[in-house]
Every structure is written in C-alpha cells, then in structure tokens.
Design a protein around this ligand. Structure first.
Ligand code: NDP
Length: 339
C-alpha cells in the first residue's frame, strides 16, 4: 500500500485512476475544486473509509501556490499522480484558460513537493499525445514517446492552445527535474483520444468530458447528418490509461525518467458510429448511417501516421482493450446519465 496524492479527482480519467488505486489497496487523497465535488465522490464510494479516501480542496491550479497545503498529509505521501489540467474548447484566451493552469499547475505541484513533502519519491503526470505529435511529419511517420511536439510560444492561438498547454507543461516538468534535482523521480503518461465509460459524476450529458463528446453526439442524434471529424486518429480506453498511471506509480524503478505513449492503435469516428449501430440497433435512427453522413468521420485519404507503443507493453506490462468493448461500455454508461 502506498499513500498517494491524486489531483483532479472529479475528472473523467482521474475517476478511473482513483478506482484503480483503491482496488489495488492504496490510500488516496484526491484534490477537487469544491466540497460539493468531494461529496459526489464520497457518495460513489460509500464503503471506503477516510484513511483510504480523503480530499483536499484546490480551487485553481493556475495559482502557483495552489498545492502548497495539499501536498502535506498525515501519514505523509510517497507518490503523487497529477492529472488535473483543462481539456476543453470553451476558450477565449488560450494563455489564461489553458497554458497557465497546465504549466503553473505542474510546476507548482513539483515545487510544493520539493519544499514540503520530502517523503514523496515518485511523481506521475498526465501528459498527452498532444506533446508528441508533429503534424508536419509525413503520413508514413511512426510516432513514439521519443517524439516531441515542436510547437513554439509564438505559435500559440485558439486552435493550438490545448496542444501547446500539454507540451509546455510536460517540458516544464522535465526541466524541473533536470535543474532542481529533487528527491523524487518523474514519469509522464501520454495518451491520445481517450474513450471509455464515464464513472465520475455528470449532472447532464451536456457536461461530458471533451474526448467523449463524439460518442454523446453519435447517440443523441446531434451527429445524425454529419459524423464528427475524428481529429487525432489514435485512441485508448480510459481504464487502460488509468492502469498505466497506477503501474507507473507502482513500478517506480522501471518507470522513473520515462514518458509512455499509451495507445491501443488507430480508430475513426466512422468506426465508432458503425459499432454503435451494430451493438445498439435501437439507437440506429440517431446515428449517422449514410455514406455522406459518415464521410466526415472517416480516415483522411492520405492515411494517418503509424505508432509504436512497445515501451508501454514492455516496461509497464500494459495490454490494451479493443475499440468495440470500449465503445459498448462508453455508450452503456452514457445511456445511464439522466438529463
Ligand atoms: P476532465 O475535464 O474530465 O478533467 C480535468 C480535470 O482537471 C478536472 O478534475 C478539472 O476539475 C481539473 N481542472 C481543470 N482546470 C482546473 C483548474 N484551473 N483548477 C483546478 N482543477 C482544474 O478531462 P480528462 O479527464 O479527459 O483529462 C484529465 C487529464 O488527461 C488532463 O491533463 C488532460 O490534458 C489529459 N488528457 C486527456 C485526454 C483525453 O482524451 N481525455 C487525452 C490526453 C491527455 P473540474 O472538473 O472541477 O473542472
């Protein structure tokens, strides 16, 4: 058992990380932005005692001192998993809305650990394929964790803001390790599009996390006449992403100093739509089915990059779920959301 601080516990991915940590016997304090959000998580885990699951309120990770109190605990933390970071497109100012919380949140928590939590030996951060991709590469290029998104500060705008926020935040974390030489090691988990069942509290389908919006739109009729564009054509199931975080936390010796590109492979929104029709025939009227309607969700004619996920399998021992299982479980979970 390890005493772990998990940031952003109300999020789509973090909720699965929390469940995986609890199942594997760890003791977790998770940060949330309000007591109300803590209460929803408590209610979802009625039989878990306070020494196994507790909360710290961190309202805004863009503030550099946001984590100063949260990193201090009795018993003290041994590991920190930092997932909190904005992932949405409701952005008016990419620096304020995306870059500041991503970068300050990451640097802020590392500084706070170094200063006030000397028992922490390992930190796992949720980075992204956004920090790996270089869209200028030819379609034949094979991406792995050896690659870095070359985006520069001068290229930050509304369209690039999210990818920049993840790239700069992860770079800042590795720079911190190199320059500050703290008493802990670092691992980064770099997933592409994350699909999978929703286990965190959702008041309505309107507040669904960004990467599952496509599935919501495919089952509600919102995409009946036009399948959403896929965007990035690599995907991974949220339960595998969660397990990757936990394995990186547990296997400190092997995972220290490493980035991990976590992907199950290629997919398209057209494939997601086709699986939904096959598995949920009762939803057929809501899902795009004509060639014209499906086309926007298809692979690009020039093809899409290759991938190498060997390190995640060899070092972490990950095995990946298939797209059909992931889509079926996502749809079932969304059909359960009222409103
Ligand atoms: P969610 O939006 O569900 O989770 C984001 C979490 O970050 C929430 O807990 C949110 O709190 C918290 N957060 C955001 N901004 C702030 C802030 N300023 N102050 C405090 N907390 C904040 O998204 P995901 O679960 O999908 O994302 C989790 C992580 O995974 C992020 O780092 C994201 O970049 C990364 N990622 C996600 C991918 C995906 O496809 N889903 C792919 C690759 C990486 P609240 O809910 O209260 O707003």
């Amino acid at each position: 058992m390890t005493r772990i601080l998990l940031t952003g516990g109300s999020g789509f991915i973090a909720a699965h990380v929390l469940d995986t940590l609890l199942k594997r016997g760890h003791s977790v304090v998770t940060t949330v932005r309000s007591e109300e959000k803590a209460q929803k998580i408590r209610e979802a885990h009625p039989n878990i005692s306070k020494d196994k699951l507790d909360f710290a309120i961190v309202e805004d990770i863009a503030k550099l001192d946001a984590f100063d109190k949260a990193v201090i605990s009795d018993p003290p933390f041994e590991t920190v998993i930092h997932t909190a970071s904005p992932f949405h497109y409701r952005v008016t100012d990419p620096r304020k809305d995306l870059l500041d919380p991503a970068i300050n949140g990451t640097v802020g928590i590392l500084k706070a650990i170094k200063r006030s939590a000397p028992t922490v030996k390992h930190v796992v951060i949720t980075s992204s394929f956004a920090s790996i991709i270089d869209p200028a590469k030819p379609a034949s290029y094979i991406f792995s964790e050896a690659d870095w998104n070359p985006i520069t500060d001068a290229e930050v705008n509304l369209a690039t803001g999210y990818r920049a926020s993840k790239t700069f935040a992860e770079k800042a974390a590795w720079d911190f390790i190199e320059k500050e030489k703290p008493n802990f090691t670092l691992s980064a988990i770099n997933p592409p599009v994350v699909l999978g069942p929703v286990v965190h509290y959702l008041s309505t389908l309107a507040s669904i996390n960004t990467s599952n919006e496509r599935v919501r739109d495919l089952i509600t009729g919102a995409a009946k006449n036009s399948c959403p564009p896929t965007g990035a054509y690599f995907w991974v199931d949220v339960r595998d992403v969660a397990l990757a975080h936990v394995l990186a936390a547990e296997k400190q010796a092997e995972a220290a100093g490493q980035r991990f590109f976590i992907t199950a492979g290629k997919f398209s929104n057209r494939q997601v739509a086709e699986i939904i029709v096959e598995e949920f025939p009762e939803l057929k009227e809501k899902v795009p089915t004509t060639e014209e309607a499906l086309k926007p969700g298809d692979f690009p004619p020039e093809g899409w990059f290759g991938y190498n996920n060997e390190k995640s399998k060899e070092v972490l021992g990950l095995a990946y779920r298939g797209l059909r299982e992931s889509v079926v479980d996502t749809v079932k979970s969304l059909l359960d959301v009222k409103g």
